[in-house]
Design a protein around this ligand. Structure first.
Ligand SMILES: [Zn+2]
Length: 248
């Protein structure tokens, strides 16, 4: 982008709109007066940068909504860029569905002796308790960092008895256990070694899914989108850097 300052964020309200296929009119209405453009999902890095470059050659824009990804703004100063992010996020603000309470005592007792624990942010439980959030979370992944930090979708723990069996600490195929599991009606549990990045992505998923209306038509990343992210060397490198701190 030609601007002096370019800011890219995975902000909750923008993502909650940018994963929908039925939101184009709403963007037009809410972002009226801003120089903004919509970009369909492209693999992050060079493929996305090429599309941005091509788009900006045709049209001047200060705000890019990246489908299934997030927001980019350009401005002449840091304060200007930050103000533009705030402006877009407030225009796109969505009220979350009201939270229901989790049963942390029950979750703790389920986790005892297993490779799982409670997540740090109690908001994560919303993903497992709210039926609509749970349906979205188990159907696939919505944006790149979800895939990178949590894997594709999130599994539901069907049988607590299986979970507590001593063999459950090792999967027969030798692959790692899922980073997080949803226990319907009770809440969400995270693997003991879940990174801060994974924890942040669980919180993000809770914040995004509880802002999607029941009528939303959601676009999930395709299998090809996901495998390109999982096998991306640049992303493996970034994951190592962020293993012990929040996601970038
Ligand atoms: Zn990004």
């Amino acid at each position: 982008m030609p601007h002096t300052v370019v800011l890219h964020v995975h902000s909750v309200n923008t993502i909650a709109w940018a994963v929908r296929t039925d939101a184009r009119e709403e963007f037009t209405r809410r972002l009226e007066g801003l120089a903004w453009r919509w970009l369909d999902y492209h693999h992050p890095g060079l493929p996305l940068a090429s599309v941005v470059n091509h788009t900006l050659r045709q049209d001047k824009a200060d705000v890019l909504i990246l489908g299934n990804h997030g927001l980019v703004v350009g401005a002449e100063t840091c304060a200007g860029a930050e103000a533009l992010v705030d402006e877009v996020e407030s225009r796109l603000a969505l009220a979350p569905r009201s939270a229901t309470t989790s049963d942390e005592d029950a979750l703790r007792s389920i986790c005892a002796g297993t490779a799982y624990r409670l997540p740090k942010d109690p908001q994560c439980h919303r993903i497992a308790i709210d039926p609509f959030s749970r349906a979205i979370a188990t159907s696939g992944s919505l944006y790149p960092d979800h895939v990178v930090f949590l894997g594709s979708g999130l599994p539901v723990l069907e049988r607590v008895e299986d979970f507590r069996a001593p063999t459950s600490r090792v999967r027969p195929d030798g692959l790692p256990h899922p980073v997080a599991l949803l226990i319907p009606g009770l809440g969400c549990v995270a693997r003991e070694d879940a990174s801060d990045g994974a924890e942040a992505m669980l919180s993000c998923l809770a914040l995004v899914t509880c802002r999607l209306p029941l009528t939303a038509q959601v676009r999930f990343l395709t299998r090809d989108n996901e495998s390109a992210l999982v096998n991306w060397d640049a992303e493996r490198y970034r994951q190592r850097l962020t293993a012990n701190r929040g996601a970038d």
